[in-house]
Write a protein that binds this ligand. Structure first.
Ligand SMILES: [Zn+2]
Length: 377
């Protein structure tokens, strides 16, 4: 009996072990199959037919048109461009948030080192953040060690929620992110996104970083990972509650975030237009040998970085025009209605942003006017 029962027990164990092995092999095959098939989306021949992608993400006139399928399997990647041997970019659509792009309207990127991965920006929703993580897993099995969020705007920062539970990750953001998290702007923008994309925003949480950059403007923090040396600069509050710029020192690649826009008109709504100009001038002076600049919107660019000079020119003209309007006592409404830059009219987002930018800069100039006003008493 004992023996039988032992035998029967051991038979049972044998059968259950065999079952475990079969199930494990099945799971292994299944997992690998799913992984392989979803990563296959990154193969040009297997891309969804509603992804229209430029052949390159560097110095191109074309813009991507990626439809984000809300029903896509959880582990689907987004299209990824290789910028250099270990540096990758996700090239966002140039459009407003809508049902088609589901918030994929800014760029993000990542750098693969022997010791792990550094991610720059997180895309516009937790779902997109997760798909960014999936894209990274398709390229490398190295762990994600850093997430650097260049600024608090939703299209760059709201995907950060997907990085919350990654073990061993260090999340880096500008100190201004804390102010943003306590602002009404956050509430308004979150409810707007929740209304438009309820499912994609389900797991949203405001970004809490492990390290906040709070150096003086143009001060830097350096991190090392593998052979990569990464400098993170505080470029001041030029575009948001606080903006960062990332320099891959060895490769001379600069992730300039929204310090200059490519293939679209700039947006000024937070930040400070004088600081934009200061930071752009600092950028060109400090990195005369940069090999590549990757903006937050539009394709990456090689020297001489016309997107920086063009955006600089746009902001300079806007400041002159609005300063003149304030000096000549022209009302805000007249000044804003009257401002046209003919050479920008064909550039995407001109219609949408021109008045808002003029309005923003007019108010800056008005404030400067009153701040400088010395009463004669
Ligand atoms: Zn942006």
């Amino acid at each position: 009996m004992t023996l039988n029962s032992d035998v029967s027990y051991s038979n049972g164990t044998y059968i259950s072990s065999l079952l475990t092995v079969i199930v494990s092999i099945g799971l292994f095959l299944f997992t690998n199959f799913v992984l392989a098939s979803s990563c296959d989306l990154l193969d040009i021949d297997n891309m969804p037919s509603n992804w229209e992608l430029p052949a390159t993400a560097i110095d191109t006139d074309q813009v991507p048109q990626v439809s984000v399928d809300p029903e896509a399997p959880e582990d689907s990647p987004l299209p990824v461009y290789r910028l250099s041997d270990n540096t990758y970019m996700l090239f966002g659509n140039i459009s407003l948030l809508d049902e088609k792009n589901r918030g994929f309207n800014a760029n993000a990127g990542f750098i693969v080192t022997e010791q792990g991965v550094i991610v720059i920006d997180s895309l516009g929703t937790p779902t997109l953040g997760q798909r960014l993580i999936n894209s990274i897993h398709c390229i490398t099995d190295k762990p994600i060690k850093y997430l650097i969020v260049t600024h608090n705007h939703p299209d760059h920062a709201y995907g950060a929620a997907a990085f919350l539970n990654i073990e061993g990750i260090t999340r880096i953001a500008h100190r201004g992110t804390i102010d943003y998290n306590h602002s009404e702007t956050l509430e308004t923008s979150v409810s707007y996104r929740r209304e438009k994309l309820p499912k994609d925003m389900q797991s949203f949480k405001p970004l809490e970083a492990d390290i906040y950059i709070e150096t003086e403007p143009f001060g830097r923090k350096r991190i090392h990972l593998g052979q990569e040396v990464i400098d993170i600069y505080n470029t001041g509050k030029h575009h948001s509650y606080g903006d960062l710029l990332v320099h891959q020192v060895n490769r001379k690649i600069l992730w300039i975030s929204d310090l200059a826009f490519n293939q679209r008109t700039t947006y000024m709504g937070d930040g400070n237009s004088a600081q934009i100009l200061k930071a752009q001038e600092w950028l060109l002076q400090t990195f005369p040998h940069a090999s590549l600049m990757v903006p937050g919107h539009g394709s990456a660019q090689t020297p001489p970085f016309s997107m920086v000079t063009k955006t600089h020119d746009y902001v300079t003209r806007m400041r002159h025009a609005m300063r003149e309007a304030v000096d000549e006592d022209i009302s805000m409404i007249d000044a804003v209605q009257g401002i046209e830059f003919d050479d920008w009219k064909a550039v995407p987002f001109y219609e949408l942003n021109q008045r808002a930018n003029a309005n923003f800069v007019y108010r800056e100039m008005e404030k400067a006017y009153f701040d400088n006003f010395q009463p004669n008493n």
